[in-house]
Design a protein around this ligand. Sequence first.
Ligand code: 5GP
Ligand code: MG
Ligand code: MG
Length: 181
Amino acid sequence: MRVLLDETQLTTGVHGLADEIDRYYGNQRHLTVIAVMTGSLVLFADLIRRLSMPQRVGVVQASSYRGGTTSGQLHVDAKMMIDVSGRDVLLVDDIFDTGKTLDRLRSMMIEFGANSVKTAVLLHKQRDHAVELRPDFVAFEIPDEFVVGYGLDYLDMYRNLPYLAVLEPAEIEATASEQQP
Ligand code: 5GP
Ligand code: MG
Ligand code: MG
């Protein structure tokens, strides 16, 4: 495993991200902050505690990495969504890769009647994106490699790592065979 961002770098990045969001919205405007599960779990907990404005928080689940390291069919589960009609919504995700997840979720929030929708991510992969949308708030630009830790998984493993790392091909293979039931 090769560490890309250590704990100190992640903390600094998340604080900077929160400051940027605070500056944009101000500390008076009510915000509805939505965690895109499961990858944003760790970021979300750290981020919302640094934001100054009054907030409602909710979750939505999206998955597209169906058991692998390459992007697959996007599946959204909005059963746990809170009401966003007339609200200013901030979608928080772990990483912007193809962009399809946040693009789809942004459209959904608009369909649900949101007053405005912005997107915040910890990581932005430097690659060609499949959509025109770009995230509004980004903590780090990273190369086009498969990363895990700080909420990001491979087969639901590694989310608990306090740092962000690149998995080596041998580790990908070993994890895949260990995870067979
Ligand atoms: P997008 O829809 O932008 O292609 O992908 C977004 C989702 O794919 C992220 O929320 C994340 O769950 C997953 N994803 C994209 N790149 C990576 C990566 O490098 N590592 C991990 N663990 N997940 C990724
Ligand atoms: Mg995700
Ligand atoms: Mg995943």
